[in-house]
Design a protein around this ligand. Structure first.
Ligand SMILES: *[C@@H]1O[C@H](CO)[C@@H](O)[C@H](O)[C@H]1NC(C)=O
Ligand SMILES: *[C@@H]1O[C@H](CO)[C@@H](O)[C@H](O)[C@H]1NC(C)=O
Ligand SMILES: *[C@@H]1O[C@H](CO)[C@@H](O)[C@H](O)[C@H]1NC(C)=O
Ligand SMILES: *[C@@H]1O[C@H](CO)[C@@H](O)[C@H](O)[C@H]1NC(C)=O
Ligand SMILES: *[C@@H]1O[C@H](CO)[C@@H](O)[C@H](O)[C@H]1NC(C)=O
Ligand SMILES: *[C@@H]1O[C@H](CO)[C@@H](O)[C@H](O)[C@H]1NC(C)=O
Ligand SMILES: *[C@@H]1O[C@H](CO)[C@@H](O)[C@H](O)[C@H]1NC(C)=O
Ligand SMILES: *[C@@H]1O[C@H](CO)[C@@H](O)[C@H](O)[C@H]1NC(C)=O
Ligand SMILES: *[C@@H]1O[C@H](CO)[C@@H](O)[C@H](O)[C@H]1NC(C)=O
Ligand SMILES: *[C@@H]1O[C@H](CO)[C@@H](O)[C@H](O)[C@H]1NC(C)=O
Ligand SMILES: *[C@@H]1O[C@H](CO)[C@@H](O)[C@H](O)[C@H]1NC(C)=O
Ligand SMILES: *[C@@H]1O[C@H](CO)[C@@H](O)[C@H](O)[C@H]1NC(C)=O
Ligand SMILES: [Cu+2]
Length: 545
């Protein structure tokens, strides 16, 4: 007879395996794809934000950590779950948290955009964001205040779908999250002050380095004298088991730099673009702009050994080049069973890739056929950079540069029945349930990754400098849907979204420097319906300080 004690232990073990409790996950981010059976659960995360001296790449600087971690903890939900984020602001400035790509349907006050959807979370105060996630895919969360996300207030947010066709078909065994970003050694307050002064002439600060999952090495001979800097800091490491298939969820959390991502000698099959499952599409090198996300399936079918993971910064897109920047960010993919401490000697893919533009979306097809509605409202937006009356170069949309009004969020104004806004709020009211096309022209010599809050849009077409948009040649049959799209220098795009989510939704360039310089608009959608939604007490209390 088996003793009750053993039965109990076996029960505990099974419970631990099935539940979300992690016994030990030594790797950076290991999503739990085997805990999908619970539906409509409530997932609670405490995010305590503090400042700390850390050296992600060997160069020590003051930065932010969440729960003492950088990047912040992996947040995981299943489609249908309610996510509760208890944010504790434990440092000396205001903050906010935005869940990037999450629709916030019915909870527009939890979108986390200061001056648009909420008042700031004051220093030493807490705030709880609580919303249902009815979507699946690869997302991230970050501060939407100042330039805090590029200094550490950032982390991955994965929404699993038990019915994901690639999961059901056992096309992958495990998941790996890869966060790619650029990295600055100077405090963002100093960088912003310089950028928003006549001295910069609009040239953005050039990153000092790039990171993969918060790690890289740096050649300290490039650091200012007296810096606390150690060369050859350890790189991020990913372990592959030969024969296994991995879903790699790649998230670009850069402030400025675009990257091309690849793993030596391993092709990748794209299967997801920002929540939309696509048909398999094999590539070798993946361009991924700021705030964009892709899932790719990588098969560990090569000889046991070590291979470079490469994330190449596209410095050609930078206004200023840097002598000390090593644009090739590397991490190590190590097959279990490979020996020695030597570096990989693998060979890089050499496929050419046009620079400073998105992955060619004409090769990506939705997994499921969609019906694309016709547009009944077309909005033309012109992007430009111009010196203002103080000779500071700022970003303009239709000749108006956005000015943050953090004390009086637009959503709060809507609840006060105010629907006329200062022109510098760049507010566009969309009254009815409408299908909206944004035709955006870029009159600037740089490319810009534009992100729409609260929605995904169909990308009907993207054109480079010298071409003009033409409804006869764009794809309104089977385009992909995403929430971040890059307009090439001198080029244009047309995106289409269904405006049926009452709220205040930012549409902005995701380059942090350009948010600071005003390349932002906001859609106020269905103000009457907003007022039918009962905004919570804790949200009002944020404005009482
Ligand atoms: C979050 O913090 C609260 C209060 O400090 C604590 O009671 C709770 O257990 C924490 N929850 C998680 C999931 O860490
Ligand atoms: C999520 O989906 C369920 C079922 O379709 C629906 O009842 C609920 O209102 C949705 N919630 C949100 C936030 O979209
Ligand atoms: C404005 O700034 C630019 C770039 O720094 C400079 O070349 C130009 O002379 C300035 N113009 C005025 C009117 O100050
Ligand atoms: C860009 O380069 C110019 C010329 O080298 C330099 O004067 C300027 O300070 C640099 N700007 C930034 C933002 O690094
Ligand atoms: C670091 O940079 C210095 C100066 O450019 C160079 O001489 C040295 O070889 C570099 N070290 C490494 C390990 O790349
Ligand atoms: C991430 O986006 C930045 C900014 O557009 C870009 O420079 C960088 O190359 C991108 N990273 C990857 C891996 O594509
Ligand atoms: C890397 O080195 C190993 C061991 O020296 C060798 O067997 C392998 O062929 C090398 N791989 C490449 C791509 O050069
Ligand atoms: C935007 O730019 C396009 C092309 O440069 C021009 O035809 C159009 O009139 C401009 N629209 C606005 C609103 O400025
Ligand atoms: C933009 O605004 C400025 C200042 O109000 C004005 O001088 C200029 O003509 C405007 N440009 C366009 C293209 O409307
Ligand atoms: C807004 O207007 C509605 C009806 O038009 C009214 O019932 C409500 O009291 C007003 N709210 C405020 C804050 O003025
Ligand atoms: C586009 O840029 C050119 C050159 O900088 C400028 O003359 C023109 O007014 C700009 N047009 C718009 C619509 O901003
Ligand atoms: C577009 O191309 C034309 C012609 O080559 C060039 O003069 C112009 O500067 C380019 N515009 C931008 C914004 O890159
Ligand atoms: Cu931009």
């Amino acid at each position: 007879m088996i003793s009750k004690k053993i039965l109990f232990l076996v029960f505990i073990l099974i419970f631990l395996l099935l539940s979300n409790v992690s016994l030990s996950f030594p790797k950076n981010f290991s999503p739990h794809i085997n805990s999908l059976n619970k539906r409509n659960d409530i997932k609670v995360y405490n995010l305590t934000i503090t400042k700390k001296n850390l050296a992600p790449d060997g160069f020590t600087r003051e930065m932010f950590v969440i729960n003492n971690q950088f990047p912040g903890p992996l947040i995981e939900v299943n489609k249908g779950d309610t996510l509760v984020l208890n944010v504790n602001n434990d440092f000396d400035d205001v903050t906010t948290i935005h869940s990037h790509g999450i629709f916030q349907r019915g909870t527009p006050w939890y979108d986390g955009f200061p001056g648009q959807t909420q008042c700031d979370i004051q220093s030493k105060k807490s705030f709880t964001y609580e919303f249902q996630v009815n979507q699946s895919g690869t997302y991230w969360y970050h501060s939407h205040s100042k330039a805090q996300y590029i200094e550490g207030i950032v982390g991955p947010l994965i929404a699993h779908d038990p019915d994901d066709p690639y999961l059901k078909n056992k096309d992958y065994d495990e998941e790996i999250v890869v966060l790619i970003q650029d990295w600055y050694h100077t405090d963002s307050k100093i960088l912003i002050a310089t950028f928003l002064s006549p001295v910069s002439a609009g040239n953005e600060p050039t990153p000092d380095n790039g990171l993969i999952n918060g790690k890289n090495s740096y050649n300290c001979s490039g650091a200012p004298a007296g810096s606390d800097c150690v060369s050859d800091a350890p790189l991020a490491k990913f372990t592959f088991v030969q024969g296994k298939k991995y879903r790699m969820r790649i998230i670009n959390t850069s402030a400025f730099a675009e990257f091309i991502f690849s793993i030596d000698e391993h092709p990748m099959d794209v299967i997801e673009v920002e929540g939309m499952i696509t048909q398999r599409h094999t590539i070798h090198r993946l361009p991924i702009n700021i705030a964009q996300r892709y899932s790719v399936i990588v098969t560990a079918d090569k000889p046991i050994g070590k291979y470079w993971m490469r994330s190449e910064m596209e410095t050609a897109c930078f206004a200023n080049q840097s002598d000390t920047l090593n644009p090739l960010v590397k991490a190590v993919v190590e097959y279990e069973g490979s020996d020695g401490s030597d570096n990989p000697n693998s060979t890089a893919w050499t496929d050419s890739q046009a620079t400073c533009i998105d992955l060619d979306i004409s090769n990506l097809k939705p997994y499921e056929v969609q019906t694309i509605p016709d547009a009944d409202y077309k909005l033309t937006l012109n992007v430009s950079f111009q010196p203002d009356d103080k000779n500071v170069t700022r970003g303009y949309i239709n000749n108006s540069t956005y000015v943050l009004d953090s004390k009086s969020p637009t959503l709060l104004k809507v609840y006060k029945n105010i629907t006329t806004f200062n022109p510098n709020q760049n507010a566009y009211i969309i009254d009815k349930d409408k299908v909206v096309d944004i035709i955006l022209f870029n009159n600037d010599t740089g490319d810009h990754p534009f992100h729409l809050h609260g929605h995904v849009f169909w990308v009907l077409g993207i054109g480079i400098n010298g071409t003009s948009p033409d409804y006869n040649s764009v794809n309104s049959k089977d385009p992909i849907q995403r929430d971040t799209v890059t307009v090439p220098a001198g080029g244009w795009f047309i995106v289409r979204f269904v405006s049926n989510n009452p709220g205040v939704w930012a549409f902005h360039c995701h380059m942090e420097w350009h948010v600071q310089s005003g390349l932002v608009i906001q859609f106020v959608t269905q103000p009457d319906k907003i007022k039918e939604l009962k905004s919570p007490e804790n949200w009002y209390n944020l404005c009482k300080y």
